[in-house]
Design a protein around this ligand. Structure first.
Ligand code: SAM
Ligand code: SF4
Length: 333
């Protein structure tokens, strides 16, 4: 039995979020600029390398794997990777395989994901208004995503919606979103907009809608009860009297770092042990250096030994402090 990964602050690392591509078929305004330059394809880890990397983490104790991007489902042949991970689910070494997606390709892949052993997916959806959806995603089309969500539910996947809370944009849709999720048996999580990457002319602070305010708004119409559910991540949960569970991801107004159990890997094999810090280590070099996995496992342990205590995002002075230069699509949200 290999010793599990423990960081310098005694946190066990059991959750890996892996970005399999930096590319996307949308250009959400808070995430990307309209003219993004993507990485040369040769810099990306191959599907075989992604498999080796995940398998090494699973050997070292990772039990939960989330595939993200960019848009993970636009990566060519990505189902081959998912099917590869099925063996770890079947052996019991991996407890859960999940995906975060914009939903555009779900109609095509929902059944394949379910067959590979995926049970839950997160779909990002900030608005149910077709025109607003096109505005916020620039290139996305709402009906395609809704068809994808239908396909996912039909395939038996449990769906959770991730909505970025955006001032002046989806504030007026709060109850439309909660009612829609309740009626479809879908959980909902709100995310505060984070200062990541240069996204052109957007005004970060202007976009910021505090989830404290959002919660107060919810309470005008619903009974909002805190529930003790924890995932080791930044989400805190409440339940409405309708039964709807709502998560709040509040990296800016709360600090959640003390129970952080996760690390992130980019599509080029850089490991970021904290979403809110610039520090990272390279795993592609050790991965490509030899066919054996010993150098890779050493590099993983060395990277975990550098995991920082926490992030420094701070909006409290009415400006964006602690901003990191990379885009969310680089590290994977
Ligand atoms: N393309 C997939 C999707 O949209 O679900 C996966 C990658 S995306 C980067 C993951 C999540 O990050 C999405 O829910 C998106 O809304 C969120 N996100 C992107 N940029 C963000 C930002 N600056 N602040 C907060 N959330 C952000
Ligand atoms: Fe693409 Fe997801 Fe970023 Fe939107 S949030 S641009 S869908 S990676």
């Amino acid at each position: 039995m290999t010793a599990p990964l423990i960081d310098p602050f005694a946190r066990a690392i059991s959750y890996l979020r892996l970005s399999v591509t930096d590319r996307c078929d949308f250009r959400c305004v808070y995430c990307m600029s309209e003219n993004m330059t993507f990485l040369p394809k040769r810099d990306l880890l191959t599907l075989e390398e992604l498999d080796r990397l995940c398998s090494a983490f699973i050997r070292l104790g990772v039990q939960k794997l989330r595939i993200t991007g960019g848009e993970p489902l636009v990566r060519r042949d990505i189902m081959t990777f998912f099917r590869g991970m099925t063996r770890h689910l079947e052996s019991g070494a991996l407890e859960e395989l999940t995906v975060t997606t914009n939903g555009s390709q779900l109609e095509k892949y929902a059944a394949d994901l379910a067959a590979a052993g995926v049970k839950r997916i997160n779909v990002s959806l900030d608005t149910l208004d077709e025109a607003k959806f096109a505005e916020i995603t620039r290139w996305g089309r709402l009906p395609q995503v809704l068809r994808g969500i239908d396909a996912a539910q039909k395939a038996g996947l449990r769906v959770k919606i991730n909505a970025v809370a955006l001032k002046g944009f989806n504030e007026d849709e709060l109850f439309t979103l909660t009612d829609w999720c309740t009626s479809r048996g879908i959980d909902l999580t709100f995310i505060e907009v984070m200062p990541m990457g240069d996204i052109g002319n957007e005004d970060r602070f202007g976009q910021y809608w505090s989830l404290k305010d959002l919660r107060a708004r919810l309470a005008e119409r619903h009974t909002v009860t805190d529930i003790p559910q924890r995932t080791g991540g930044p989400a805190r949960y409440v339940q409405l009297e309708t039964g709807l569970k709502i998560g709040f991801i509040t990296p800016l107004s709360h600090n959640f770092c003390e129970s952080c159990n996760r690390v992130r890997i980019t599509c080029t094999g850089e490991i970021y042990t904290c979403l809110g810090q610039e520090g990272h280590s390279d795993l592609r070099g050790p991965l490509r250096a030899t066919e054996g996995d010993a150098p890779l496992e050493d590099a993983i342990r060395a990277a975990i030994a550098l995991k920082p205590k926490g992030h420094d995002f701070d909006y409290s002075r009415q400006t964006v402090d602690g901003q990191v230069s990379r885009h969310m699509s680089h590290t994977g949200g």
